[in-house]
Design a protein around this ligand. Sequence first.
Ligand code: NAD
Length: 367
Amino acid sequence: MTTETIQGEDLQKISPVFGQLSFDNHEQVVFCFDKDTGLKAIIGIHNTVLGPALGGTRMWNYQSESEALNDVLRLSRGMTYKSAVTGLDLGGGKAVIIGNAKKHKTPELMLKFGEFVHSLGGNYITAEDVGMETDDMDLIRTVTPHVVGLSEAKGGKGNPSPITAHGVYMGMKAAAKFAFGTDNLKGRKIYVQGVGHVGENLVKKIKAEDAEVFISDINQERMEMIRDTYDVNIYEGTTFYDEPMDIYSPCALGATLNDKTIGMLKAKVIAGAANNQLAVEHKHGEMLRQKGIVYAPDFLINAGGIINVYGEIHNYGLDESMRRTENIYNTTLEILKQSEENNITTYQAAFQVAQNRIDAKRKEQGR
Ligand code: NAD
């Protein structure tokens, strides 16, 4: 019997890496261990056809090594398609460090991790993700040049969230244009779920356009601060999915578009920053399409942050980052049209654009 004929848990037992559901022809998966600092990390390099694999490092208290592996495989693959659809000459990679960032992160551990990144010779470029700060990137920079997301003092671009929010705003306006015939958000009822770094910046922009904004966040104090600062409404109910609304903007967690929520959803447009919003990409993308809900693919519209750090490699400034991020409007509109013309989900349409770029480049390289 071959691994192809063995399925499910049995396959995972004999093939705990290549048999993972989220394994998708990844080029390299590197396990990093250091006894002295307690470092346990996994670097996933999904694809380097378009360029070096770039993606942040996430430090998270994973319950198991297989959970960490699954996360790095899924996230690194996502980076390949995010960069490809955005037109960047970058491949997809990501790293995870197993541990609680508040308790286990030490300068020694960060430096050791940086040495592992360096050992890959630039095939993987790291950056900030959950559990990491700009200061950590500055520290890693002392042992390897293969890191972006540095502080402005160290020649970096600083906090990526305002520019990510700008891209989400552009994607939202394009989706509104497609669904309503106008991209003017004035009077539109918009629900923003999660008002963290990106959510707050988005609220500011849509409120400035006179949208009717509702917010929710598990952090009560932050939610009240955003309400008072921007004069928006806190959603007082228990779930807002079945509230009549024009636009739902997921800016907190992934997988909020699933069997349960899509059945309830009354929004006409979905456009938000959270990664991996569709619990199951194909299935839930199709459910949204069947319901006539216009979904702006997350990996397309939340690319402002990577566009911004790409400027650290290619030496362009904020003006160029903004110009490229504004182009998310045109790309989103184009992809929504393609999905309609070809009767495919918007996710598939965006994915195809990305895959076509990779395939063309691969052919050119004779790989
Ligand atoms: P953040 O941690 O600053 O904010 C997330 C907010 O969501 C927090 O205020 C948190 O309290 C809230 N939240 C968590 N669970 C919630 C729930 N169940 N309901 C409502 N609110 C909840 O993160 P961020 O940097 O604003 O990023 C938001 C999302 O966008 C994340 O999924 C992130 O991966 C994605 N993203 C961010 C960037 C970036 O540049 N920051 C780039 C691309 C993608």
